[in-house]
Write a protein that binds this ligand. Structure first.
Ligand SMILES: [Zn+2]
Length: 200
């Protein structure tokens, strides 16, 4: 049986809580942190606390932003506010911004509907999206969830919710391979996916 001093055991447990990190990796990360010079370990801990303190969700698009107000994209009056691109995660916003093809706004769901992982519509930021569509001058909502089973099901679900509001709902034309992920698609693929989007 393995034995670590309690403080090390607790550090391992914290790392093991991170997504995709198993027990063995958690131990490796904990040992790595223990091997850091004091100031580096301090900087690591400080970065976690500082991010927790200063990062909040944009009240409109729900993307991460620094401070309390609107995120830079929602604040930017040069961006088309009649088009909303719906993504699962903040990292997908980064991927689409990298392609420089898209000039509308975003909406971040923070996940996809996944019965297997007990994620239902109420666990996502869907209500905020509906509020935007009912209140604003939204003409088109682009579904840019990943082309996985869950991403497709989420896009279909939202499309049915949104259609009654008379808004055009489109889906990215995936050159992104089925089962693939937006964040790993190259810029040219994303550009084609946006250009070739189809009405749902
Ligand atoms: Zn925003």
């Amino acid at each position: 049986m393995e034995y670590f001093p309690p403080a090390l055991e607790s550090l391992v447990e914290q790392f093991a809580r991170l997504p995709g990190v198993g027990k063995k990796s958690a131990q490796r990360l904990a040992f790595f942190v223990l091997g850091l010079p004091d100031e580096d370990a301090q900087a690591f801990a400080d970065a976690i606390l500082a991010a927790k303190k200063s990062i909040s969700l944009c009240p409109v698009c729900q993307n991460f932003t620094e401070g309390e107000g609107l995120c830079p994209i929602c604040r930017n009056s040069r961006r088309d506010e009649t088009t909303i691109c719906v993504v699962a995660d903040p990292k997908d916003v980064n991927a689409l911004e990298r392609s420089r093809e898209y000039n509308g706004r975003y909406h971040v769901l923070h996940g996809v509907i996944s019965p297997m992982n007990h994620v239902g519509p109420d666990d996502l930021h869907i209500k905020e999206l509906l509020d935007r569509v009912t209140q604003g001058e939204i003409r088109e909502v682009i579904m840019a969830t990943n082309p996985t089973t869950e991403g497709e099901a989420t896009a279909m679900y939202l499309s049915r919710l949104l259609k009654p509001f008379g808004v055009k709902v489109t889906r990215l034309a995936y050159g992104v391979p089925v089962g693939g992920q937006l964040e790993f698609a190259d810029d040219a693929t994303l550009t084609r996916a946006l250009e070739g989007r189809r009405e749902m």
